[in-house]
Write a new protein. Sequence first.
Length: 349
Amino acid sequence: MPDPHRPTIDFESIPVIDVSSLADPDGPSAECVDRLGEAARGVGFLLIVNHGVADETFSSMHEASQRFFAQPEAVKQQVYIGNSTNHRGYVPVGEEVFAGATPDLKEAFDLSIDLPADHPEYVAGNPLLGPNQWPDVPGFREAVMTYYDEVFTLGSRLLAAFARYLDLDPDTFLGSVTQPPSQLRLIHYPYNPDAEDRPGIGAHTDYEALTLLKPTAPGLEVMNGRGEWIEVPYREDAIVVNIGDLLEVWTNGAFVATSHRVRKVSQERYSYPLFFTVDYDTVVAPLTFSGSHDSAYEPMHSGEHLFAQTAQSFAYLRRRIADGEVALPEGARPLYSLGREHALVGESR
């Protein structure tokens, strides 16, 4: 009999799910929970509609983002991410490189929960917690944080629904979400007429629990279990959700972090992913639930995993490692060591 928690390998499309019931006081409908869980188990990617994030909230954030990226490079560099000790700020083109890939053809602005400079975690040197760097752009901070808060609330509801699907208490995951370094990235892909035959961003899995992505144009592709790339359809009313490394480990592989990439980015394009994670010191260990199998993963320190993957991807952090200013956590996984494409590579050896 097939294991109901083994991922489907032959998906050829991305499911679209109405999640309006997520906001119901009594919890989401059984149909919504089942559809979300089946998509997470069999595909690892889904489009959600009627998600509750206001159009005006997105429009205000997008307009503020456009104003920031339209500034001269020298102005944007005033909030360069390398000025930060907790990974916040402007990411210029070429700063970020994924395993086996050329530098990404994009620029970005990275932010997260905005803690004060005297917060104990920041003072103690936590590499992912503390204050954001804010550019001198009127209304930018307010518009961006309003969007952050609305999408973060949506991510919390999704995480609770995924727990329900596995017949777990909704707080199984959310109990570790009190002060997480969940990162919102404002990403700008400049117009590039030579981009037709090369990826805009390297194929990868996401390091956190969930990603909630709002793009402004098509270009995203997902790898299925046969190693084929499947296009994610673009819908203005949808948010793209995918499973990250932490949920793959936490669910003992019932949900799989699915490899994805952005291709053929010739037109100007914006992309806004919120990488929803758990508290920095959370130790994520495979759970036991109905239908689960023997543990296939070692427990993972969520914050150290996120920092290790980030440090191996960003040029300024790689320089700090080379100079001995920072070190990777003990037992850090190499880039790209989880997810469906990694499994396929392992099977082919």
